[in-house]
Design a protein around this ligand. Structure first.
Ligand SMILES: [Mn+2]
Length: 331
């Protein structure tokens, strides 16, 4: 990115000038959003700044190991808005962080750091690098830019940033993984990122119920349209039988995309008040376009939507119709 150095220097200038900071990531915090919030909070505190770190609820169990999480106000907004500097991470618009109007209104300087393509330059200082795999990759470059070795990540900060990097790249598998992502990962490991804990908690921990639910999902997997479409329907009865909740289905929808020939994978869940659908594709199908048909959205390879007022089989059939049209001409 052309202006990277210039932008990072402008961010540094704002960080050094500020004294009383508010920092937040986006709603439904993921590893990148939360990891970066924690790493930047820790850096600012080491520089003698006052920081109010905020995260929207709820924090997933797989992120509760992140060092410094006890300092984050989860779902608790400040009562006194005297911040001179607000940092929004991973927020493609100023409302992505939640109800922060009171905080934003009084801030002298708003810093916006993001890696999403659609990000608006709504800050006083903006650094939007859509070529970066993750905000963690950008934050590491920011730490490096200071040239003061004191500002390099501590082992705990490295653990937080590595978590952002590894989750946003799907363990360095998604197409956003670049040589730079791997260079940053290597540097974070050298600085003491706790790989053993990150790998074990994020990638090798599932509850008994989650594994049973995965088993049930595999049993219910159906192949349609010349095996180009995999459909899994989990009903209220499936969840009840296992004592599971629809939130425990993380990772299930991407499993069928391992089958060669599968173009689209759908997980259709009957929730108490709605039917929710997750979509994944293996090759070229842009599943965000399928989701848009149902007023949903997301990325080309991963998207989703929710429907109210229809049964799970009605939703499954209208989805199947759309998918059939998309996959029918694929050889
Ligand atoms: Mn991200």
């Amino acid at each position: 990115m052309e202006n990277r150095t210039e932008n990072l220097r402008a961010v540094w200038q704002a960080l050094l000038q500020g004294q009383n900071f508010f920092i937040a990531g986006h709603l439904n915090p993921d590893g990148d959003s939360l990891g970066c919030t924690l790493a930047v909070t820790s850096l600012l505190e080491r520089l003698g700044k006052t920081v109010y770190a905020y995260a929207a609820p709820a924090i997933g169990n797989d992120l509760k190991f992140l060092p410094g999480l006890d300092k984050v106000h989860v779902g608790v907004l400040p009562t006194n808005n005297t911040f001179d500097t607000v940092i929004l991470l991973e927020c493609s618009d100023r409302n992505r962080g939640g109800d922060l109007q009171a905080v934003l209104k009084n801030a002298k300087t708003l810093i916006n750091i993001d890696h999403h393509l659609v990000s608006e330059a709504y800050g006083d200082v903006n650094h939007i690098d859509s070529g970066a795999s993750s905000t963690a990759e950008i934050i590491f470059q920011l730490f490096e830019e200071s040239e003061d070795p004191v500002c390099l990540p501590t082992p705990d900060e490295a653990t937080c940033l590595y978590t952002g990097l590894v989750t946003d790249t799907g363990r360095f598998v998604h197409s956003n993984t670049t040589a730079e992502s791997l260079r940053v990962a290597s540097a974070l490991v050298a600085l003491g990122a706790d790989l053993a804990t990150i790998n074990q908690i994020i990638y090798f921990t599932k509850s008994y119920i989650e594994l049973k639910l995965l088993g049930r999902a595999f049993e219910k997997m159906e192949m349609r349209f010349d095996n180009k479409y995999s459909q899994i329907i989990l009903t209220k009865r499936d969840f009840e039988a296992l004592g599971a909740t629809p939130a425990q289905t993380q990772g299930i929808v991407s499993q069928p995309t391992m089958i060669p020939g599968v173009e689209v994978s759908a997980l259709i869940k009957e929730e108490p008040d709605k039917v929710s659908v997750n979509l994944r594709s293996r090759n070229g199908v842009d599943v965000s376009k399928i989701a848009q048909t149902f007023n949903g959205g997301g990325h080309a390879r991963a998207s989703g939507f929710k429907v109210t007022g229809q049964t799970v089989s009605e939703v499954a059939e209208s989805l199947a119709e759309v998918v059939q049209n998309v996959v029918k001409d694929i050889q």
